[in-house]
Write a protein that binds this ligand. Structure first.
Ligand SMILES: [Zn+2]
Length: 250
């Protein structure tokens, strides 16, 4: 059999049956839900690209800060082999902890990535607040440059670039368009399911309201009242309609 004809025949059969499926507000709402959830997949993927952030710690560098005999702020990393100045010879200033992590945005697959992002916290011994910016940050950067254990040159430049990038705030890697589209496709059925649940709730509510309306009409009619406006129509033998609102009574 000709495969083209087989396909077109089965398509016609599907069309025939779909023309026979019931069409009511709820099936129409579900059809719209299917379409709109597909469209909403893109903003959904963009939203998770902003909101879902996973950070993986790479390393933590901690150290001490002091003011040397010339009044200059300096310090050393605790795991550094290069402690050139004795802690006792200087006036203690504070301690720092620099954690470096890789950041990944997006769900379920990573649509944005930043190899290293640095978070610096500085505790000053005099109790004054340090926001980890300005001079304090520059000193820590110079400590990393001089004193960080020479594990690998890559590590040091990674940390320094992360520290510099952190200054401008919302640094992120380049957008991966393929991952974004993949996320949109994965999020489509989830948004569709949420929409279907909403439609189902409205449908159940409408059905319950219909049941309540029917019960109310039946109760009013049993008491000899108009099922619509509740007007007493028991003695009204000749009119087929309620004299108040015109509702058919029989
Ligand atoms: Zn009435």
């Amino acid at each position: 059999m000709n495969p083209f004809r087989a396909v077109s025949r089965s398509l016609r059969r599907i069309d025939y049956h779909s023309a026979r499926t019931e069409r009511n507000p709820w099936t129409r709402a579900m059809a719209w839900n299917l379409l709109l959830s597909l469209v909403a997949g893109i903003p959904g993927a963009l939203a998770t690209d902003w909101l879902v952030v996973r950070s993986t710690p790479i390393m933590t560098i901690s150290g001490r800060l002091f003011v040397d005999d010339r009044g200059q702020l300096d310090g050393f990393a605790l795991d550094s082999p290069l402690r050139m100045v004795g802690w006792e010879q200087a006036r203690p200033y504070g301690e720092f902890s620099l954690s470096v992590q890789s950041m990944a945005w997006g769900w379920p697959s990573v649509s944005h990535e930043l190899l290293a992002s640095a978070t610096l916290s500085i505790t000053r011994f005099d109790g004054a607040a340090s926001d980890g910016s300005g001079r304090d940050r520059a000193v820590v950067a110079s400590i990393v440059e001089r004193c960080m254990r020479p594990r690998a040159e890559v590590d040091r430049s990674l940390v320094l670039s992360a520290m510099n990038r952190a200054d401008d705030g919302r640094a992120r890697g380049p957008l991966r368009l393929g991952s974004l589209l993949f996320n949109a496709l994965v999020e489509w059925p989830i948004i569709y399911g949420a929409g279907a649940a909403g439609i189902w709730l409205v449908w159940v509510g409408a059905a319950l309201a219909q049941v309540a309306r029917t019960l109310r009409r039946r109760r009013l009619r049993a008491r000899g009242r108009c099922p619509r406006c509740g007007h007493q129509v028991d003695g009204n033998l000749w009119s087929a309609r309620c004299p108040e609102c015109g509702e058919p009574l029989y």
